[in-house]
Design a protein around this ligand. Sequence first.
Ligand code: GLU
Length: 455
Amino acid sequence: MTPSTQSSRLADIFAEVLRRNPGEAEFHQAAREVFDSLERVLERHPQYADASVLERICEPERQIIFRVPWVDDAGRVQINRGFRVEFNSALGPYKGGLRFHPSVYLGTIKFLGFEQVFKNALTGMPIGGGKGGSDFDPKGRSDGEVMRFCQSFMTELYRHIGEYTDVPAGDIGVGGREIGYLFGQYKRITNRYESGVLTGKGVGWGGALVRTEATGYGAVFFAEEMLKTRGESFEGKRVLVSGSGNVALYAIQKVQQLGGTVVACSDSNGVAYDEAGLDFELLRRVKEDDRGRLADYVEQRGGSAEYRAGAKIWSAAEAGRVDVALPCATQNELDGDDARALVAAGVLAVAEGANMPSTPDAVRVLTEAGVLFGPGKAANAGGVATSALEMQQNASRDSWSFPHTEERLREIMQGIHENCARTAEEYGEPGDYVLGANISGFTRVADAMLALGVI
Ligand code: GLU
C-alpha cells in the first residue's frame, strides 16, 4: 500500500475509535498519539494492517464495571463505581495499577490501560496491559473506611484476577496500605496465599525492595540517559518536580543523589518552593508517615521554604533557570504555555514520571524547541518493570537485595532508552523518543498478536 493509503487507513481506524468510545477524551488523546507514530510502521509491515492488528489493539479484550457498596464511619451506605479494563494479554497476564480518585471514569481507565500495553511491552518483560480503579476518594477517609472500601472492591475484583490472569498494583490513591487491604481480602476469599496476584505489597509479606521507589527512580534514570546524549548529567542541575506523591517523592530523592537540586514540588493546593533544595527525608515523613500536605512540610521546614497556595509549579520557570522538569503529578498538567515557559527558562530535558502529563500542544512546543522529551510510557516504565521483578521473586519464592534490584531497574531503564533511541533513528527521526517508544512498544505487541492468531 502507498503511504497515503496508510494514512487514510489510520484516519479510518481512529474515526472508529472515536465512534466506539464516545466522550472518552483522554483515551482519544492517548490513541491519537500512538496513531501519529504508526504511518511508517504500517508501510514497512503490511502484515499488521492485513491482520487488523491496530483495530484489535484499540479494543480492550475485556472491560469490567461494577458497583462497590461500603459503609462509612457514620454508618451511611456509600456507593462507588469500580473498573478493570483488561486491555491486551498478548505478552503476558494483564498488568497495571488501580487508581482511586474522584475524577476516575471509564475514559481514564481506558487511556491508562492503552498506555500500559505499550509501556509494558517496552520493558521487554512478559506482561500484558490493563488498568483499573474507582471514583472513590481516599482523601480524608479513615483507615477503617479505606479498608472497608478495599474489601468491597476486591469482593468483586477477585473473580477476574490471578497471577496468570491479571495482576493489579497501585497508582494514584493506591499505595501500600490499600494493596495490603486488597491482598488480605483476596487471600480470605480464595483461601490462597497467591503472592503474585498483586504487586506493590509490603516488603514483609511478599513485596519487593525498590518497588516503592521504582517509578520515580526510573524516570530519573531515563532522564539521565537522555542528558548523557548531550554530554550532560544531573550534577549541578536545577530541577522542578510536579506532584508530591509516590512518583514525585522518589524522583526528588534520586535527583538529589545524582547531584541535582529540586527547587519545587506541588500538590493539588499549591507549590512548595525551596531554593536551597527540598529536604527529602522531611518531605517523605510528612507525606508517607503523617499523610500530610505540602503546607505542613513548609511549616516544619521553615528557613528558605515557601508555600504558594493556588500556584502552578511550571510558572516557577518564570522566576529563574530550569534545567530539567519532571512532571510526576497527573494527566494534562503541563500545557503549551507551561512548555513555552520552560523553554524560555532554558530547560534541557523533560521526562514524564506521570502518565500523559503533557498535553499534545506541550509535547509539540518542547520537541520543536529541541528539548529532550521522554514520554511517560518510556520514562515511567520503571514502576511496572519492578512490579514484574516482584512477580519473578514471588514465583521463585525469593527476595533480592536493594542494590541488586536497583541495578536491575537501572539496566532496564537504560535498555528502554536505547531501544527508543535506536527505533527513532531506524525510522528516520533521531532523538524522537515519542516515535521510538510508540513504534517499539507497538511492534512487540503486534508481533505477538500475529503469532497468536485472530483471538
Ligand atoms: N501504576 C503504575 C504505572 O502506571 C504501575 C503499574 C504496575 O506496577 O503494575 O505504570
